[in-house]
Structure formats: structure tokens, C-alpha cells
Design a binder for this molecule. Structure first.
Ligand code: AMP
Ligand code: MN
Ligand code: MN
Length: 317
């Protein structure tokens, strides 16, 4: 991919908007807020608006956290779409694309559909934040921007432990550390710290998990009723699928959250064999080879049966 710089992309643009996917995660939030900070540091007179669904409370330490909202109208010269693989992932904020003269997608999903006129998609980048770093002028990255980008990399690599982590990822993280960020606190407070409720939900999901495919797959689900009972939000379930994945003997882990009656947000992870981006794409979702997701409907058993047919086909081709 040719090296294009953010500063070239925004030359002459006075009104810029930035958006990311529904239920923003660390990489989505970090890339959107990091790019906002970088653009404003370059020129305070620019208008830079960030359109995101409510950002999880754990990311409150990021600059501009309180300056995000949903798109409700207005024209822009440039619209950046970050960490988004397809238009459905934008939810209601998709409308800002139609009202922008240029739409630029920066992403790292192997399933990116090429929905944007200008796209910088690098599937071997561990995070959108890693790719954004390459497109920024390193000299001009402030410690506040660095904090955002580092957080995105930490979250999409599971603190540098997933197979997407490369030497280059570590080099980018190292360069960001040199900007003077409290990396240890950031990792603890946003990745490892769990509320009592989160631990309870994790415990429950593990207790109720089921092994199938001779112990090579594991699945668990939290129902809408349980979510209501615990007054839990989807952020409270972050990390559960990763704990399922580390079960010895398991290649593929599935965690389902009932978001509406018999409609599930499905998270998929794999260790070695199953390409979960293919499984998720088959059901209209997407993601990466080792981490992907989709939305499915039916009873719990319908969904597990449909998923297991696709997964078994890859485990025993
Ligand atoms: P999650 O399980 O929500 O952490 O998502 C894992 C990966 O799959 C992330 O890179 C997401 O962007 C992607 N992903 C999750 N759900 C979907 C979906 N419905 N459509 C496309 N990609 C998804
Ligand atoms: Mn994401
Ligand atoms: Mn990402």
C-alpha cells in the first residue's frame, strides 16, 4: 500500500467528521479520538466532529471523550470512517457519509467490503490505530494522541498477546510510549480492571458454557433476561469470549449476547484452525481470521447448530 499521509488527505478541508462502528471498542474509540486530537493539534481552527455511539466509561480518560455524539445533520468536506468493515457496522451514523464530499476509510478488517471511495485497508495491521500511526507525522503526535493510539493497539491485540501482534506493532507501541504516556495505568484501568458485576457475568458465562465438536468448540450465552436482571450493558461482557478461548483443547470459542428477543450479537474467536472471519461473513458479519462477529437470530440451539455446521466444516474438511 502506498504511503499516504493524513495531512495530505485533509489539505484545504475546513470541516471534517470522523466516525466508527456501532458499540465502539478500544480500537474504534482510540482511532476516532486520536485522529481528532491530531487534526486539531495541526490546526485549531478546523471543525472536527466525532460521531460515535456512547463511548464506554472506561475510555473516559481519552481526550475528546465528551465531545462525541450521533450524527444529526450538516455537511463536511472530508469524512473519515475508522475501524469499519461494512456500511451496516455504521448504524445511524452512516448518514454522515452521504453528506460529505470525500469519504476516506482507514481499516484493518480482512472482510472490508470496499464501501468507501478512498480506502486504506491493511489486514495485517493489528489495529486501525497502528495503521493511523503510519499515516501521521510522528513528530507531530502529542502525548494525548499517543494515549488514544496506544489504547487502540492494546485492546485489539489483547495487550500484545494475540497472533495479530507483529514486530512492527511493538515498534509502533514503543514509539507511542516515548511520547510520555502512563502505559501501565492505561492497560490496567481499561483492560484488566473488572467491576464486581463484570466478574459475576464472566463467572456465570463460564459456568454455563458448553463444549461441542469433541471439545474443540465452546459456546456460552447471556440472555436478554439476564442482562436486565443484572442491569448489564454489552460493555460489561468484554473479555468473556477471550476467557472461553483459552480453554485447553478448544480451537473455536463462541459467545452470544441476546440483544433483542432471539437476536444475538455473536462473538467468535479461534486459536489455530478455524478462520472465524469466514464463518462470520457467511452469516452476514465480518472481522479477522482469529476474531470476528455477526448478528444471528433464532433460538440459542438454532444459532449454535447453524454456527457449528460452518465451524465443523473447517475443523474436519
Ligand atoms: P467482537 O467479538 O465484538 O469483539 O468483534 C470481533 C471482531 O469482529 C472485531 O474486529 C469486529 O469489528 C468484528 N465484528 C464483530 N461483529 C461484527 C459484525 N456484525 N459485522 C462485521 N464485523 C463484526
Ligand atoms: Mn473495532
Ligand atoms: Mn480494530
Amino acid at each position: 500500500m502506498e504511503k499516504v499521509k493524513i495531512d495530505e488527505l485533509v489539505k484545504g478541508a475546513g470541516r471534517i467528521c470522523i466516525t466508527g462502528h456501532i458499540r465502539p471498542d478500544g480500537d474504534c474509540t482510540g482511532s476516532c479520538l486520536g485522529l481528532r486530537r491530531y487534526l486539531l493539534d495541526g490546526d485549531e481552527s478546523r471543525q472536527v466532529d466525532v460521531f460515535l455511539e456512547p463511548v464506554p466509561a472506561i475510555f473516559q480518560m481519552l481526550p475528546g471523550y465528551d465531545r462525541t455524539g450521533m450524527y444529526s445533520g450538516g455537511r463536511y468536506d472530508v469524512c473519515f470512517v475508522l475501524d469499519v468493515s461494512d456500511l451496516q457496522r455504521l448504524g445511524e451514523n452512516a448518514a454522515c457519509l452521504e453528506n460529505s464530499d470525500r469519504v476516506i476509510c482507514i481499516d484493518h478488517h480482512v472482510t472490508n467490503t470496499g464501501f468507501a471511495a478512498e480506502a486504506f485497508v491493511k489486514p495485517d495491521a493489528a489495529a486501525t490505530c497502528e495503521l493511523l500511526f503510519e499515516m501521521m507525522d510522528e513528530e507531530r503526535i502529542s502525548s494525548e494522541t499517543a494515549k488514544c493510539l496506544y489504547l487502540g493497539i492494546v485492546h485489539d491485540t489483547g495487550v500484545f498477546k494475540h497472533s495479530n501482534t507483529t514486530r512492527h506493532t511493538m515498534e509502533v507501541a514503543g514509539a507511542l510510549m516515548e511520547k510520555g504516556i502512563a502505559h501501565d495505568r492505561l492497560i490496567n484501568d481499561t483492560f484488566y480492571a473488572k467491576t464486581y458485576l463484570q466478574n459475576q457475568l464472566l463467572g456465570r458465562a463460564l459456568m454455563e458454557s458448553i463444549l461441542f465438536c469433541d471439545g474443540r468448540c465452546i459456546v456460552s450465552m447471556i440472555s436478554g433476561r439476564s442482562m436486565e436482571f443484572y442491569k448489564a450493558s454489552h460493555e460489561d461482557l468484554e473479555g468473556i469470549v477471550d476467557q472461553l478461548r483459552v480453554t485447553v483443547g478448544v480451537d473455536c470459542a463462541i459467545f452470544m449476547t441476546e440483544i433483542e428477543f432471539r437476536v444475538y450479537k455473536v462473538s467468535l474467536r479461534s486459536n489455530e484452525k478455524v478462520d472465524v472471519s469466514r464463518v462470520a461473513s457467511y452469516f452476514g458479519g465480518g472481522g479477522h481470521v482469529r476474531a470476528a462477529g455477526c448478528t444471528m437470530s433464532g433460538t440459542f440451539y438454532d444459532v449454535v447448530n447453524n454456527l457449528s455446521a460452518q465451524i465443523a466444516g473447517q475443523l474436519d474438511p
